[in-house]
Design a protein around this ligand. Structure first.
Ligand code: SF4
Ligand code: MSK
Length: 651
């Protein structure tokens, strides 16, 4: 791997690698020959056929892999559009599985907590439990909270294997949206069922019809957004608390020079919550002092960081492309990873440093890592053991520390509940002020910027550029996942960032004391955006369906299959979604592209497309939102009329 480093030295300007100065600092100042994802991106170009740009590749049976261009077919006769739709479908299935399996584990944990079988975890938000229980059809009456929790967990788990009918959570969508889904026959029956069926339908010799395969994509993605992800988010709030505004600091500068640094990385919050709780334990801090450290510092990467940030204010030190750099600072005693977005390369990087890499999920092992499995009832014990291991490793620091002195202040914690509170106050919490601001044009629309980093795109560049351009034009921006960490590092998540915002948006930020960029959470928390959209529709004045709202979604630096599933469920919910950076895997099929734009527009009021040029994408998003404003007849700015007494009486 160090070979990649040598080969690429001097080939790429550092400014092309990342706009995050902290990441650049570590790359430029490390004295080790460690290969990073950026080096590998330089030495290995993406396959133009596998990526679906010039032709497409099918490897669904051993007569292939078949490389197919327009006018040609695979050995079995499969056309370009069939293969493009099938490849896209398998991305949706994998993305939906990742989110939903996470949601399943949260439901399982709720069941254990209800039976007092998970030491270190408890129900933190009973009100949210009651609401969620109601939403999935569990009776409340005057039953004991633990009894309700157990039945809620069992009911949530049953949604995965449900074979017929409709999953209950789709009832949280506006009535008109549910009718759209009914008409198109895309309401998910059960979460696992949809994923299994899509894998079956894309097997050689089953579903050969691009539009029919894409219908299955919509249904499977809906089982993620309104199913697995929604369960993940709701139960995380129930167990660990519903996020409220919280101040924190972001970036690699939050690694401490003289403390034991523990980095949590991945997506599942449970064990990390216990670790964060225990890191304040006096006995453990005293133990750290006996080993020469001042204290214990827990920080995070990717969405485990987002989960801990939203509820505990833990510093997100980086997003997907920062994970190797965290270790390369030489200051990390231990990195504990759970699931998703963990680069296998960490195993190699940690060999060069004193950092211990720990895997804890029964679903994820990495060569070079120590596996310490988190089981149902060993959370407290395991967390203590892991913290002690980190403390014991402090004395093994041998490298020159390379911690950049770079941090950014931020405010996070914008759950849908908190947004309502911020807008309306304790006694009048509601989305009414947001709807009014959109109607009178102070806010032109809401854009969700979500998704990953991609080493083939300058790290964080598009996230930050699009966010700044949008808030400047009075679009409120909601962010999740790695996009959220990107804008936090860029300093856009503090109320003072309103200086970048247009006049209208600034006035709303000033009134609500909120930044123009709202951190809504982790990848599964994109389901919070669905809840916000539904509640905004219900609040009234902006149409009757999500597809009427002046909103859009962007995944500017997407990388994972989960991003494809998120984009698809947002589209199925009636939202215009654009991908940038690397193409989505259907680029060479004009038929599939048309089905996902015009076709999906007719079917569900949303579109999904890839736009290579970031400014073209920005203009398209603005055009789409402005067209929605026009349809709602709120495109013309109404002058404020001050009424005198007589005029008021006549009203
Ligand atoms: Fe080729 Fe058809 Fe097999 Fe795909 S399923 S690899 S197109 S023969
Ligand atoms: S972590 S899925 S790289 S957003 Fe949720 Fe970031 Fe994308 Fe992973």
């Amino acid at each position: 791997m160090a070979e990649d480093k040598k080969k690429n030295k001097g080939k790429r300007e550092i400014s092309e690698i990342s706009v995050d100065e902290a990441v650049c600092y570590v790359i430029e100042n490390t004295d080790k020959e460690v290969s990073t994802v950026f080096d590998r991106a330089q030495s290995m170009k993406p396959c133009p056929i596998g990526s679906g740009i010039s032709g497409i590749c099918c490897k669904n049976c051993s007569m292939g892999p078949c490389r197919v261009r327009e006018g040609k077919t695979g050995l079995c006769g499969a056309t370009l559009s069939t293969i493009a739709a099938r490849n896209f479908a398998r991305h949706v299935a994998a993305g939906a599985s990742a989110h939903s399996d996470h949601g399943r584990d949260m439901a399982h944990m709720l069941g254990l907590v209800a039976e007092d079988k998970a030491p270190g975890v408890e129900i933190k938000d009973e009100l949210k439990l009651l609401k969620f229980a109601k939403n999935i059809g569990v009776k409340i009456d005057d039953r004991d909270i633990k009894e309700i929790a157990k039945e809620t967990a069992d009911k949530a788990l049953s949604l995965f294997g449900q074979q017929h009918g409709e999953i209950d959570l789709i009832k949280m969508a506006p009535k008109k949206r549910q009718d759209v889904w009914k008409k198109s026959k895309i309401i998910p029956r059960g979460i696992d069922r949809e994923v299994v069926e899509i894998m079956h339908r894309t097997h050689v010799g089953v579903d050969q019809h691009a539009e029919h395969i894409l219908d299955a994509c919509l249904r499977t993605a809906l089982s993620d957004g309104w199913g697995g992800s929604m369960i993940g988010t709701e139960i995380s709030d129930i167990l660990f608390g519903t996020p409220r505004a919280v101040c924190a600091k972001a970036n690699l500068g939050m690694l401490a020079k003289d403390e034991v640094n523990i980095v949590i990385h991945g997506h599942e919050p449970t064990l990390s919550e216990i670790i964060v709780g225990l890191a304040d334990d006096k006995e453990l801090i005293e133990y750290a002092k006996t080993k020469g450290a001042k204290s214990i510092n827990v920080v995070g990467i990717c969405c485990t960081a987002n989960e801990m940030l939203m509820r505990q204010g833990i510093a997100p030190i980086g997003n997907f492309l920062s994970q190797e750099m965290a270790i390369m600072t030489g200051a990390v005693e231990l990195m504990i990873v759970d699931i998703q977005c963990i680069m296998q390369a960490l195993g190699e990087v940690t060999k060069e440093y004193h950092t211990k890499l720990i895997t804890c999920s029964p679903k994820c092992k990495i060569s070079g890592a120590t596996h310490m499995e988190f089981q149902d009832n060993n959370g407290l014990e395991l967390a203590r053991e892991i913290i002690k291991m980190a403390i014991d490793n402090f004395k093994n620091r041998k490298e020159k520390l390379c911690i950049p002195d770079i941090t950014s202040d931020m405010v996070a914690g914008f759950s849908h509940e908190y947004i309502k509170y911020a807008l309306g106050g304790r006694f009048r919490e509601s989305f009414r002020p947001l709807n009014d601001a959109i109607i009178d044009g102070r806010i032109q629309g809401v854009v969700a910027i979500v998704g990953c980093n991609n080493a083939r795109v300058t790290h964080d560049k598009y996230h930050n550029y699009l966010t700044k351009e949008l808030i400047k034009r009075d679009y409120l921006v909601a962010v999740t996942g790695c996009a959220a960490i990107s804008t936090a590092k860029c300093g856009l998540m503090i109320p003072e960032a309103m200086e970048y915002a247009g006049e209208g948006l600034r006035s709303i930020c000033e009134t609500g004391g909120i930044p123009p960029v709202l951190h809504v959470g982790s990848c599964v928390d994109n389901s919070r955006i669905l809840t916000v959209l539904s509640e905004v529709v219900e609040e009234g004045g902006l149409g009757e369906d999500i597809s009427d709202l002046p909103v859009a979604g962007i995944a500017p630096e997407w990388m994972s299959e989960k991003a494809i599933s998120i984009g698809t469920y947002c589209t199925a919910s009636g939202v215009y979604v654009a991908f940038c950076g690397e193409p989505i895997p259907v680029e060479s099929s004009s038929e599939v592209k048309e089905l996902m734009t015009k076709g999906w527009q007719e079917k569900c009021g949303g579109q999904l497309e890839y736009i290579a040029d970031v400014d073209e994408l920005l203009n398209k998003v603005i055009d789409v939102i402005q067209a929605k404003r026009k349809a709602l007849k709120i495109d013309v700015k109404k002058e404020r009329v001050l009424l005198d007494m007589e005029a008021r009486r006549s009203l």
